[in-house]
Design a protein around this ligand. Structure first.
Ligand code: BJW
Length: 242
């Protein structure tokens, strides 16, 4: 009996987890965080990415996210987002895409089994009830919350430093069962995401990094490939499918 490419892939890697970071959206025109030209160059992390910063100056933090939410409508997904979505459609095994990105480019590309572990720019939540709402407009300190009708109760649905990332149980379960872990376009500076490759390794998975420049933990991956995501990701996932 001859195996099709997909069947033989299934035998090697029945379960795949992919982690993406800002680098996968860089070629769509969304700024990364660290390094020259990064978002943190002009903003203090303590001011715009912590709950304490938000309590100190909600208008400043809302302006930071309003600006990024508005810019999101001007960009489109790229070949790397599409390659992951195409792969998921062709692959019969378990596939989970975990993104640290708060943009919606993976969804726009058609990815299905997707977790936004650091939240989403197009969502806000009520600080009292924790209800989450889709949100495409600017948020101000005067905005009324749809559930409690209080002004100023809505916050960006973003995981700031010191807060628990979303859907961690589901992520760790998938990592503990995966056979291949692929990290794409993330510097490996922010935990717990930066430690996912170790969880996958402990489960016996092969670990691969695809990045423009090797990330902090590159030497500890089984393979680390350097190049732009729009080239590396389609090449890598097409090769996997044979
Ligand atoms: C390209 C490219 C191209 C460019 N092609 N590639 C030790 C253990 C555990 C926790 C901690 C710890 N020490 C400290 C902590 C706590 C803290 C933390 O990690 N701090 C570090 C700074 C040390 N973490 C937290 O507080 C997290 N919560 C938490 O830990 O809860 C407790 C807990 C513990 C254990 C288990 C479970 C829970 C919350 C972290 C929240 C992070 N939030 C942010 C902001 C989101 C809002 C916003 O968007 O404004 O998320 S920070 C920011 O960094 C953002 C990103 O998602 C995240 C990661 O950044 P990313 O994606 O890696 O971007 P860059 O810019 O760093 O790198 C870009 C990469 O792209 C580079 O490598 C380039 O080479 C590459 N690239 N162009 C391919 N064309």
């Amino acid at each position: 009996m001859q195996l099709t490419a997909d069947q033989s892939l299934m035998l090697n890697y029945p379960s795949i987890v992919v982690l993406t970071g800002a680098g996968i959206s860089a070629e769509s025109g969304i700024r990364t965080f660290r390094g020259s030209g990064g978002l943190w160059e002009n903003h203090s992390i303590e001011d715009v990415a912590t709950l304490e910063g938000y309590y100190r100056n909600p208008a400043l933090v809302q302006a930071f996210y309003n600006d990024r939410r508005q810019r999101l409508s001007e960009v489109v997904c790229n070949a790397a987002h599409k390659a992951l979505s195409d792969f998921e459609k062709s692959f019969d095994g378990e596939f989970l895409l975990v993104t640290q990105n708060v943009d919606d480019l993976h969804s726009r590309a058609g990815s299905q089994n997707l977790i936004h572990m650091h939240g989403e720019l197009y969502k806000v939540s009520c600080q009292d009830t924790e209800q989450v709402f889709e949100w495409y407009d600017d948020l101000t300190t005067e905005t009324l919350c749809p559930c409690c009708q209080m002004a100023g109760n809505l916050r960006p649905h973003i995981v700031w430093f010191g807060e628990m990332p979303l859907e961690m149980d589901r992520i760790y379960k998938a990592l503990s069962q995966c056979d291949l872990f692929v990290s794409i376009g993330t510097s490996g500076n922010v935990y717990p995401a930066a430690g996912f490759f170790e969880e996958a390794k402990a489960a016996g998975a092969e670990t691969v990094e695809l990045n423009l420049e090797p990330g902090t933990n590159a030497s500890r991956f089984d393979r680390s490939l350097s190049g732009p995501a729009t080239e590396l990701v389609p090449e890598f996932f097409n090769a996997l499918l044979g």
